[in-house]
Design a protein around this ligand. Structure first.
Ligand SMILES: *Cc1c(COP(=O)(O)O)cnc(C)c1O
Length: 369
């Protein structure tokens, strides 16, 4: 049996007619950038996020970059980021000229540890960027409390957790201005690159709209040096078709995650995902950990099961960040996660036979140890 790491078949095929109609609507409209499809999706996504506004942009990295930019963060400033994250979170900080200051994760949730944030705050700190990694919300109550105490901005990286909840509130609605990605493989994915900002601050939303469009509010009148990072009509129309189905997909992801958790519980040496008491996960990824990670990955591959590692090299050890002078051992938890984590297949439409097969292979692997 073959189990791919990810398949889009059941996400898209049952909705093919609706998606084709949306694309046809855009084609026939003759209007492709900054039109009513974008305005419609921005309204829908703001409603979904329980925020006053949403601003569509070209991708998730740009969304993070624009969020920091409109908060006035730049050269000489520091932004607290997780040591355990996808490098995009750090790159956005670098793009505005600020310095990412890594903070280690909580051992159970793998999200930034609120208890360690205060020690990383200096006179140059301007913001905290919590990343809701693998789909689980960070402990936002604590993070917002620290931000308030030190007068810092919060920019949530919600690329992996659309619809996750902390203390009854949706991720993407806590921070001053927050970013998400609609990269095809995310829980809500476009058919190409796309991203968005969410905020309750209409002034920040307006600044983001100007910055994403060449720094221009009125055509050919440029009040600042902006960038071109727009969410096009085609992607907006597709996302508007897919958004109403997201909660159904999230339920399915949670059921698959529960199947793994029930089936794999009790294997010695295998660590399963754990949630903070006040947080939910939308299971963008189901990440397990074990010491013989590479052997397990190879064994699964030999038995037709695709897996990935999120992420094999933490940002502080990437050649891109040699300038910060970090070394092996500086962020031991992030390094341990990079060495031991493995993401199992989890996608909409994954069959019971497929997930049972993955579990069986994992049981066989550990039985032979
Ligand atoms: C995917 C992702 C991004 C970047 O999104 P793109 O749309 O690929 O630019 C940022 N942060 C995290 C945590 C991500 O998973």
């Amino acid at each position: 049996m073959q189990v791919p790491f990810l398949s889009f078949e059941k996400t898209h095929q049952p909705h093919k007619q609706a998606l084709m109609r949306a694309m046809e609507r855009v084609l026939d409209s003759g209007w492709f950038i900054m039109g009513k499809e974008l305005a419609n999706f921005e309204q829908l996504y703001a409603d979904f996020s329980n925020t006053k506004a949403s601003v569509g942009v070209a991708n998730g990295l740009d969304a993070l970059h624009i969020a920091l930019k409109v908060l006035g963060i730049g050269q000489g400033d520091e932004v607290i980021v997780p040591s355990n994250t996808y490098i995009a979170s750090w790159l956005a900080v670098s793009q505005v000229g600020a310095t990412p200051i890594p903070v280690e994760p909580n051992q159970k949730t793998y999200n930034i540890d609120p208890l360690l944030i205060e020690k990383a705050i200096t006179s140059r700190t301007k913001a905290i960027m919590p990343v809701h990694l693998y789909g689980q919300s960070c402990e936002m109550g604590e993070i917002m409390r620290i931000a308030q105490k030190y007068n810092l901005y919060v920019v949530e990286d919600n690329a992996q957790a659309q619809g996750a909840i902390c203390d009854g509130q949706k991720t993407g609605s806590f921070g001053h201005i927050n970013a998400t990605s609609f990269y095809p493989g995310k829980n809500l994915g476009a058919l190409g690159d796309a991203g968005a900002l969410t905020t309750n601050d209409l002034e920040l939303a307006q600044k983001a709209k100007i910055y994403r469009n060449y720094g221009s509010e009125k055509k050919y009148h440029n009040q600042e040096k902006g960038i071109n990072s727009r969410l096009d009509e085609l992607q907006a129309a597709i996302l508007a078709e897919k958004l109403p189905i997201l909660s159904e997909w999230t339920t399915e992801r949670n059921q698959l995650a529960q199947f793994y958790t029930d089936n794999l519980a009790g294997i010695e040496g295998l660590i399963l995902p754990q949630l903070a008491t006040n947080a939910t996960s939308v299971y963008h990824l189901y990440v397990i950990r074990c010491q013989k990670r590479d052997e397990l990955q190879q064994f699964l591959a030999q038995n037709g099961v695709g897996t990935l590692i999120h992420y094999p090299i933490p940002p502080h050890l990437q050649p891109a960040y040699v300038e910060l002078g970090y070394q092996q051992g500086d962020f031991p938890l992030a390094e341990e996660l990079a060495r031991t984590s493995l993401s199992l297949p989890l996608f909409v439409g994954m069959s019971e036979a497929q997930i049972q097969h993955v579990c069986n292979i994992i049981h066989n692997f550990f039985a032979a140890q």
